[in-house]
Design a protein around this ligand. Structure first.
Ligand code: TYD
Ligand code: MG
Length: 455
C-alpha cells in the first residue's frame, strides 16, 4: 500500500518541517516553505530492479580491491586535469554554470570525441534536432553516443537498462523529475530526490554520471546547496558572456585537488582548449600606456602571466567611485588604504577602476603588487616598462610578503621573454638566482617597488 507523507520544505535551503512556518529557522528566509507529498513506498529504492548491482557487505579496508582508480580518459587535457586525472567510473559529477556559458557544448563535444565508451546523453532541454545542429557545429568524428530527449527519471532508467552505457550525461538536473515526489521539475524536492537516486544508481552500477546544473542569481547551483553535498565532484564553468574565455574550476572533488583550473576559448566550432593562457592574455599591444602592470599569477598548478589595468581619475561627483572587475573590491580598497597610509599617496578623492584583462577572475594574492603598481602608474601617468613583470602579496603595513611556487612563476616569466621581475625579498633568499637569465629584483616594501619601477 502506498503511504503518503506531507512535509513542508524550504525552497531556499531544503530544511524540512512537519508544519508550515513563515520564516525558515535554518536560513532565515521568509515565505519559502512549500508543501510536498512524499510517497514512502518508493522512496530510496532504485526504480528499476534488474540493473546489475555490485555487492556491498562490510569488509576490511585491506580487502577492498582497486585502490588505483581506473579513470576514463576524456580526451581533453583541461577537463582531465580538473577532474583530477580523468573521470572515475561510478562517480557523480555536477557541472554548474550560468545559462548560455557553454556547459552543454563542453560536455557534448567531449562525449562526441570519446571512442570505445558507450555514452547516453539525456537532454531535457533540447530536442534531438537541436542537439544534432549543435553537434554539427562542433567538429567530431562519429562516436558511440546515444541521445535521449527525456525528462522522466523512470524512463531514463529504462533507457539505461537497454543501452548499458559507461557514461550517462543528464542535461540538466533541473528538468528531470521522478514520480516519487509530487512537485514540479526544478523544485528543490525533485532535484534532491533525483540526484540521490542517480547517485545510488552510479555507485551500484559503476557508471559515471555527469549532471549539468544551472546557477541561480546568487551564484549557487540552483536551489540546492544540498546537491553539492550529494555529488562527488562539483565543477563550475564560468566566464564573462562578452569575452570568449571560459574557466572550468573544481569546487569540490573527492578524487582530486580543488585548486585545478581549465581554460577554454569559445569559438564558432565549439570550445577550444587553451594550453598556454599567458600568450593569449598578453597579446594586446599596450606599448607606452600607463596603468598597466603584468602579474605572474598561479591558478591551480599552472602559472600564467596576466595583465592588470587600472584607471585613476579625479572624482567628478562628490563621492569617489571604486570598481574592480576580476578582483575582490574589498581587497582593492584595502590596498588603496595601504597606499594612502604607508606610502602617502592621496587617492581618497580619486575614482579608481581596476580590470583584470580577458575577463578572468584571479584569486591569487600574488597579484596585489601588480594591482597597486597599475594604480600608481595610472595615478602618476607613468608607464611601467613592458619587460617587467611582478608577483607579491601586500601586507597591511606595506610590506611585500612572500608568495608560493616562486620558481614556477619565474620560469613562466622567462619563457615569455620578460627581462626583469619584481618579487618579494623573502622569496629570493631561498633561491638560486644564477639559475635564471631573467633579472630578479627583490623588494621588501611597497616604496622599494616604486623606486624600482618609476625611479
Ligand atoms: P550552451 O552550451 O548552450 O550553454 P549552456 O548549456 O551552458 O546553457 O552554449 C550556448 C552559447 O555558446 C551560445 O550563446 C552560442 C555559443 N556557441 C558558440 O559560440 N560556438 C559553438 O560552437 C556552440 C555550439 C555554441
Ligand atoms: Mg545547455
Amino acid at each position: 500500500m502506498t503511504k503518503e507523507k506531507n512535509v513542508y520544505v524550504c525552497n531556499n535551503c531544503g530544511a524540512e518541517s512537519p508544519k508550515w512556518i513563515g520564516k525558515c529557522p535554518a536560513c532565515g528566509q521568509w515565505n519559502t516553505y512549500v508543501e510536498q507529498v512524499i510517497r514512502t513506498d518508493h522512496q530510496n529504492k532504485l526504480p528499476i530492479s534488474g540493473i546489475e548491482r555490485t555487492e556491498s557487505k562490510p569488509m576490511l579496508l585491506d580487502e577492498v580491491t582497486g585502490g588505483e582508480e581506473q579513470r576514463i580518459d576524456m580526451k581533453d587535457d583541461e577537463l582531465n586535469r580538473v577532474l583530477g586525472g580523468g573521470l572515475v567510473p561510478g562517480s557523480l559529477v555536477l557541472l554548474g554554470g550560468e545559462p548560455g556559458i557553454g556547459k552543454s557544448t563542453l560536455i557534448l563535444q567531449t562525449v562526441l570525441r570519446l571512442t570505445g565508451k558507450k555514452v547516453l546523453y539525456v537532454s531535457g532541454e533540447e530536442s534531438a534536432r537541436q542537439l544534432k545542429l549543435r553537434a554539427n557545429r562542433i567538429k567530431h568524428s562519429s562516436s558511440d553516443c546515444m541521445i535521449a530527449c527525456e525528462t522522466s527519471l523512470e524512463h531514463i532508467y529504462t533507457d539505461i537498462k537497454n543501452i548499458a552505457p559507461d557514461i550517462v550525461v543528464i542535461d540538466s538536473i533541473q528538468t528531470i523529475s521522478t514520480e516519487v515526489v509530487d512537485s514540479s521539475p526544478g523544485s528543490l524536492a525533485q532535484v534532491r530526490e533525483c540526484a540521490a537516486s542517480i547517485l545510488k544508481f552510479a555507485k551500484e552500477t559503476g557508471t559515471a554520471v555527469i549532471l549539468i546544473g544551472h546557477i541561480n542569481k546568487e551564484g549557487s547551483i540552483a536551489g540546492p546547496k544540498v546537491l553539492e553535498h550529494i555529488v562527488d565532484t562539483v565543477l563550475q564553468f564560468e566566464g564573462d558572456q562578452h569575452y570568449m574565455y571560459r574557466i572550468l574550476r573544481s569546487i569540490k572533488n573527492r578524487f582530486g585537488s580543488t585548486s585545478e583550473l581549465g581554460i577554454y576559448e569559445m569559438r564558432q566550432d565549439g570550445l577550444r582548449q587553451v594550453p598556454n593562457p599567458s600568450e593569449l592574455l598578453l597579446s594586446a599591444d599596450n606599448e607606452g600606456m600607463s596603468g598597466v602592470a603584468i602579474a605572474t599569477a598561479i591558478e591551480g598548478v599552472r602559472p600564467f602571466l596576466i595583465e592588470t589595468q587600472a584607471l585613476v581619475s579625479s572624482a567628478v561627483y562628490g563621492y569617489p567611485q571604486r570598481s574592480a572587475t576580476g578582483f575582490d573590491l574589498r581587497r582593492m580598497n584595502m590596498l588603496l588604504a595601504v597606499l594612502e597610509k604607508r606610502v602617502g599617496f592621496k587617492l581618497a578623492q580619486k575614482d579608481v577602476f581596476l580590470n583584470i584583462a580577458g575577463g578572468l577572475r584571479v584569486n591569487d594574492p600574488a597579484i596585489d603588487l601588480p594591482v597597486i603598481s597599475a594604480i600608481l602608474s595610472s595615478n602618476m601617468d607613468m608607464e611601467i616598462e613592458r619587460d617587467i613583470c611582478m608577483a607579491g602579496e601586500i601586507g597591511l603595513s606595506g610590506e611585500i610578503r612572500p608568495v608560493n611556487r616562486i620558481e614556477q612563476r619565474i620560469g613562466e616569466a622567462e619563457k615569455l621573454g620578460f627581462n626583469r621581475m619584481l618579487l618579494p625579498k623573502h622569496n629570493i633568499q631561498r633561491l638560486n638566482a644564477e639559475k635564471w637569465k631573467i633579472q630578479l629584483i627583490p623588494v621588501r616594501k611597497v616604496e622599494e617597488a616604486f623606486r624600482a619601477l618609476f625611479g
